[in-house]
Design a binder for this molecule. Sequence first.
Ligand code: SIN
Length: 275
Amino acid sequence: MNNAAIEVRPMTPRIGAEIFGVDLAKPLGNQQFQEIHDALMAHQVIFFRDQAMDLEQHKAFGRRFGELHIHPGSPGPEGHPEILIIHGDAKSKRVAGEVWHSDVSCDPEPPMASILHINTLPEVGGDTLFASMYAAYEALSEPMQQFVGGLTAIHSGEHVYRGRYKDRGVDDAAKVYPEAEHPVVRTHPVTRRKGLYVNFGFTTRIKQLKRPESDALLRFLCEHATKPEFHCRFRWRKNSVAFWDNRCVQHQAMWDYFPQTRSGFRVTIKGDKPF
Ligand code: SIN
C-alpha cells in the first residue's frame, strides 16, 4: 500500500506536473489517492516515471478514479476490453491521437480522464503535447467569451472511427458510432473553471450558426486552443505514465518516429455529460 506524501513538480505555470514518490503498481492509500487527484485538478495533466505495471495494475489504478470506459471502436487485448492499444510501427498508416483532440468527445458522456503507459519507444521522438483549455478560454476577449459561451457544437465519431480498425479484424458495417452535442465552453465539475470544449478531431459544426460561420469560428477556436503558450510537451521514457483530464485538456501524439516502433496501453475513465 502506498502511503508516503507525493512530490509535485510543475512543468509550466499553466499546465503539467511531474509526480514523484508513488508506485502505481501498488494499491493507493487514501492520502496518496487524494494528493494525486488534487495534483490532477491543479495541473490538468500529471506524469510519472519508472512505473512498471501490468494491465491488471494499470486498470486497478484507473478504477481508483472511476469506472473504466470501453472504446467505441478499438478492440482491447484479449480479455481486456477496457484497455486501448496505442501502437505505431513501420507498417502503420496512422497512429492514435495525431490530430489535436479530447478523448472520445463524440460520446454523450465523454471520458473524464485517460491514463497512458508507454513501454516501447523510438530512440528519439514520439512526444505528446498537451494544451490547457482553461488557458485557451481565459485568453479570449470578454465579448468572444460571451459569444461562444452561448453556443453548442456537434462532435462525431463517424469520420474518425469508420473502417479504422479493419486491420485488426473489426467489421464495423453494422455499427453506429456516437455523436453528441456539447457546450462550446464547458464548466469543470470539480474546479468550476471554464474551458473551451471543441477540437479538430471530433467537432464537426456549431449548431446555432450557418455552415460558413460555423466553419470559420471552429477553425479559429481549434487553432487558438492549440497555441504553444497553452502547452506542455512530454518526452516519454520506458514505463512513463501520463494521466490527463479530458474535461480541460486536449492532446496530440507526435508521429515523427516512423518507421520506428512506439507502443503502450491506455486506460480511460468514464465521465459525465458536459455542462
Ligand atoms: C491518445 O491517447 O490519443 C494517444 C496519445 C499518445 O499516443 O501519446
